[in-house]
Design a protein around this ligand. Structure first.
Ligand code: F6P
Length: 356
């Protein structure tokens, strides 16, 4: 008999359920006797001992279901070692839940912050296996995270819809895409939808270069311009600020970056500019077929690791192969796009401006 804990932590995304289903199915089909403890709302469930006992039936019919059957929450790593408002030691409380239920291992699905805590629990002696989720695709150690392709589909569709309206009205349209501090989602959705200008955090923009690209399109007879802006896009001036000063500026900023870009374009070109922000839509709905397959594969491989008793790994994807990556290597690192990446050079060959 193996006792497995499961939890989903951080911002949700598509295919969390598909991934958990993959883990459980692969364990059940091995003939292994298992008990499954699903901790509710991420690490909060582990800290406060809130869990549900689950069986195979709970994982039936959830391959296509968005969100997470366990619920999720953000439990910031930077305060994980601080006592809770009632003085509870959160790390000890998580260990207590694990040992009280006599778990053999804990399967944790999450992104960057989640992996820091997962690694801490590993250091504390718990058996941990993790799976890489996030629409941002910013997790180090894996070329791809599940949720990413589904979010690319949604953001692409949003820009596709804007395209027709931009054409009808001859306007500049900005679509702001999620992605936190990296530009994978914006770049891919932007390229997939034929955006003319793509602004990503990894390439600070110069507003005059954006205006130049808009004017050049106008001179070539294009009535409209589509700009895909990453939520973390940053101007060249702001990129020169210290991290502390930039953080202060962000705290004071009343509107998302897209509105700053829109105002500046309006002022410099006199053109009508509209901003659309699909926001959390990008994390919602049913996972795309790619993510269903991908998350199922990752889940199945996690099941394999558990059966072999190999713990302390994230199941990732490198060079088109599923791999196990030591958690100690993953925790605390951010994956971002290199401005010299082939895809960026190719986008530039297609005439896409990055405002640089
Ligand atoms: O990490 C996923 C993500 O959707 C980011 O793209 C975005 O910056 C953030 O989460 C939004 O977080 P929240 O759901 O807490 O508003």
């Amino acid at each position: 008999m193996r006792r497995i804990g499961l939890l989903t932590s951080g911002g949700d995304c598509q295919a969390l359920n598909a991934a958990m289903r993959g883990v459980v199915k692969s364990l059940l089909y091995s003939g292994e006797q298992i008990e499954i403890y699903g901790f509710l709302n991420g690490y909060q469930g582990l800290i406060y001992g809130n869990y549900r006992m689950l069986d195979g039936g709970d994982f039936s019919g959830i391959l296509t279901r968005g969100g997470t059957i366990l619920g999720s929450s953000r439990t910031p790593f930077k305060t994980i070692q601080d006592p809770d408002p009632n003085g509870l030691n959160k790390v000890e409380a998580m260990k207590h839940s694990y040992y009280k239920l006599n778990l053999d291992c804990l399967v944790i699905l999450g992104g960057n912050g989640t992996h820091k805590t997962a690694n801490l629990l590993r250091e504390e002696g718990l058996n941990i296996v993790t799976l890489p989720k996030t629409i941002d695709n910013d997790l180090w150690g894996t070329d791809m995270t599940f949720g990413f392709q589904s979010a690319v589909d949604i953001a692409t569709e949003a820009i596709d819809c804007i395209h027709t309206t931009a054409d009808s009205h001859g306007r500049v349209f900005i679509v702001e895409v999620m992605g936190h501090k990296v530009g994978f989602l914006t770049l891919n959705a932007g390229m997939a939808s034929g955006a003319d200008i793509i602004l990503i955090p990894e390439i600070p923009y110069d507003i005059d270069k954006i205006v130049k690209a808009i004017n050049a399109r106008k001179e070539r007879g294009s009535k409209f311009t589509i700009i895909a802006v990453a939520e973390g896009a940053i101007s060249k001036e702001d990129a020169k600020l210290s991290k502390k000063d930039y953080k202060k500026k962000l705290e004071k900023r009343a509107h998302p970056v897209s509105y700053e870009v829109a105002e500046a374009i309006k002022a410099k070109t006199g053109q009508e500019v509209r901003v659309t922000i699909p926001g959390h839509m990008q994390r919602g709905g049913s996972p795309c077929p790619y993510d269903r397959v991908f998350a199922s594969r990752l889940g199945a491989e996690a099941g394999k690791l558990i059966l072999k008793g190999e713990y302390g790994f994230m199941v990732g994807y490198k060079n088109r192969e599923i791999v196990k990556v030591p958690l100690k290597d993953v925790a605390g690192k951010l994956k971002s796009l290199s401005p010299d990446a082939a895809i960026i050079k190719e986008a530039k060959l297609l005439g896409i401006s990055f405002g640089d």
